[in-house]
Design a protein around this ligand. Structure first.
Ligand code: FES
Length: 104
């Protein structure tokens, strides 16, 4: 189990507890924060877009080329953007803080 801080689209912070071994998208999708994850995690919808603090970026799994290409086309792209479906939750990510990006 690990603890995450999630900032929703209204700017409210939520401390959540999640199992490790699944993706961040799966943890967010079951909550009521508007993460639709329409494609189910195959890097084609970007409805799981989040922002990650820069200091955490190097601790995340490397970006697949498909994620790299898709995320740079988003209207709300930032240099700390990631697709949460590509982030497997491991104990090393305990304490991670993510912000859910605006709807495209
Ligand atoms: S769930 Fe579709 S890109 Fe992540």
């Amino acid at each position: 189990m690990l603890e995450l801080t999630v900032v929703d689209r209204n700017g409210a912070e939520h401390l959540i507890v999640s199992e490790d071994g699944r993706t961040l998208m799966e943890a967010l999708r079951e909550l009521d924060f508007g993460v639709l994850a329409i494609c189910g995690g195959v890097r084609s919808c970007a409805t799981c877009h989040v922002y990650v603090p820069h200091e955490w970026m190097t601790r995340l799994p490397a970006q697949h080329a498909d994620e790299y290409a898709l995320i740079r086309e988003l209207a709300h792209y930032q240099d700390n953007s990631r697709l949460s479906c590509q982030i497997e939750l491991t104990r090393t990510l305990n304490g991670l803080r993510v912000t859910i990006a605006p709807d495209e």
